[in-house]
Design a protein around this ligand. Structure first.
Ligand SMILES: [Zn+2]
Length: 342
């Protein structure tokens, strides 16, 4: 990519109201069968158009083809029974009824590859596709078969690697793994988390990203954030390990978060996707605010390695607010680009 400070969203954007209930996370589809396939494709057309009109450089699917960033992927695998449900604590934060792993997990067929091919046809700009990370996947399941978080994570890494390679063959330029669990299970991150993530990304020519965040602006997350104190130092465990890893880009929260900026120094040499848009607020940032957040990070990351981004997904916001935030992101990046050129 030739543009300095290429902008990108992390993941989700709001869906059209005819596809699923707006301003609601993980809301069920309003269509089914062929109508759903067509509806998802129309939503992809719109999401690409919205990103392009806002001046976003790296185009994503906006998660238009999935109901949930983890579950939709797992639904396509065998070995997981969605009718047998158990209540578990997700990321040590909130209880949820989750499906059960009842046998060896495997991927009988591609999950998102057809959607990625469709997205590829819609734009000549670089495209990015997000997959759930292995540790985040195991955290949304009850495991009756492997009875080992680590074993199940290695199995998922193999499956994710198969999917990632086919996404790459479909023309995806950047493959992202979402690992919010890296901000919670520090011992696992140290013992096997990063190694398992590298397995998921093994052999890819596409650029690789790991997105680690403090989650959507839902109550369970904002309550949790309130307990984290004045300085959020969770990245301190994963960053030194990721700096040594094969992953190209690290995606992190910044704007309105309490993450000390100097933690970015721990991933010096890697590309940094920096969150300059708050996803837990309806207030649209000004371009100046975005530029300031990005400018402050330049003490710890070289400009040619900085990718202005959002803190996390924008799905729960209204479409107007999300569009406004996309425009602010690209306008803020443009301000800083001008500054750096002069
Ligand atoms: Zn996130």
């Amino acid at each position: 990519m030739n543009t300095l400070l290429p902008t990108s969203i992390v993941g989700s954007l709001p869906k059209p109201s005819w596809l699923s209930q707006p301003e609601t996370l993980w809301s069920p589809w309003k269509l089914e069968g062929d109508a759903l396939v067509e509806g998802v494709q129309d939503a992809l057309r719109i999401t690409v158009d919205e990103q392009r009109q806002a001046g976003i450089d790296i185009i994503s699917d906006g998660e238009q083809s999935r109901q949930h960033f983890v579950t939709t992927f797992i639904e396509h695998l065998s070995g997981v029974d969605f009718d047998q449900r158990e209540t578990v604590r997700i990321r040590d934060r909130y209880d949820a009824s989750v499906p059960t792993v009842v046998g060896a997990v495997s991927r009988e067929k591609p999950v998102f590859v057809e959607d990625a091919k469709f997205l590829r046809q819609l734009t000549d700009q670089p495209i990015k596709w997000a997959l759930p990370g292995p540790m985040t996947m195991i955290d949304t399941l009850y495991d009756r078969h492997y009875k080992s978080r680590e074993k199940l994570a290695w199995e998922f890494a193999t499956i994710l690697n198969q999917e990632a390679k086919e996404l790459e063959a479909a023309g995806v330029d950047i493959i992202q793994f979402d690992e919010p669990a890296f901000n919670v299970f520090f011992d696992d991150v140290r013992d096997w988390g990063v190694a398992v993530l590298e397995r998921a990304a093994e052999g890819l020519r596409a650029e690789t990203v790991v997105h680690i965040c403090y989650g959507y602006g839902i109550k369970a997350n904002t309550d949790w954030k309130a307990t984290l104190g004045a300085e959020w130092r969770q990245y301190e465990t994963s960053f030194p390990l990721l700096q040594q890893s094969s992953i190209d880009t690290i995606s992190l929260e910044s704007h309105h978060s309490h993450v000390p900026l100097d933690l970015i120094e721990l991933i010096r040499g890697k590309k940094v996707m920096l969150g300059a848009i708050d996803v837990a607020s309806d207030v649209i940032e000004t371009p100046e605010e975005v530029a300031e957040t990005l400018r402050n990070a330049l003490r710890f990351v070289d400009a040619d390695k900085l990718i202005p981004s959002t803190n996390c997904g924008l799905a729960p916001l209204s479409r107007d607010v999300a569009r406004g935030k996309l425009r602010a992101l690209s306008a803020g990046a443009a301000l800083l680009r001008e500054e750096l050129a002069s």
